[in-house]
Ligand binder design. Sequence first.
Ligand code: SAH
Length: 272
Amino acid sequence: MRKPVVPFPYANGTTNRFGRSSLGGGVSAANSNTKIFQHGQIALNTPPAPRHLAAAPNLGLNSERSRGMMIQRLRNQGIQDERVLHAMMTVPRHVFVDEGLASRAYEDAALPIGHGQTISQPWVVARMISAVCENRVPVKVLEVGAGCGYQAAVLAQFIKEVYAIERIRGLYELARDHLRALRLVSRVRLSFGDGTAGLTATAPFDAIIIAAAGIKIPQALLEQLAIGGRLIAPEGTTAQRLILIERTGPATWHREELESVRFVPLRAGTQI
Ligand code: SAH
């Protein structure tokens, strides 16, 4: 049985490999990009990484083993798409979090990335990508809410054209640095802006993933979906659910409600 949520144990002020020290207040029930379990519990309290991994001086070497464990856990949680599992096995998630949190990078938890935002829980990333890619091979995909760039990096492992938008300048720069470090900067077309308007000049998209929760899925994004394409987004305020939408015709969309989740809010405008 899962334990209840406890306050996030890491304080502000650690530095990452780019010398930043910008972690926000940490993960709470209000900002976590996680799946919700019964009675409002969320999956923050997965067992800590084995001690030898947490203490290892070279996480890079050991990370492959912890990533393998993460993939096995995702399989046990019902993720079946081998493209997604392979992509998540390839992308080093620890590179996307602050150095002080790197030893926790392969737990099934959202982690703070600064500016009050989080890197999504691995299960959430896997679930969202699997849902929009089910029985299809999307070529052009848009992510709204790039954060630190992790989900975009996962998408770029098997999607030909990945577009990602981030509204907070500091996070846009962080994502750009991470994608650059992994030589993915030419594979992900990252932009700074308000993603609720989408990218009209580039649309239509075969898939759209919104990584932040709004009260309603923006109509502009529904209109930028190709016919037959899929969009997934958390919807709601305090009670949120993942919503999967498939565009079935020029003016018709099929809507399905999936799991209960808790995401950071989708906000209009940009933040410098
Ligand atoms: N995709 C990330 C999750 C980041 S959290 C990952 O790989 O883990 C969600 C992000 O959505 C935050 O960085 C937040 O700033 C951003 N966001 C919220 N509203 C937005 C908007 N209107 N346009 C673009 N980004 C937005």
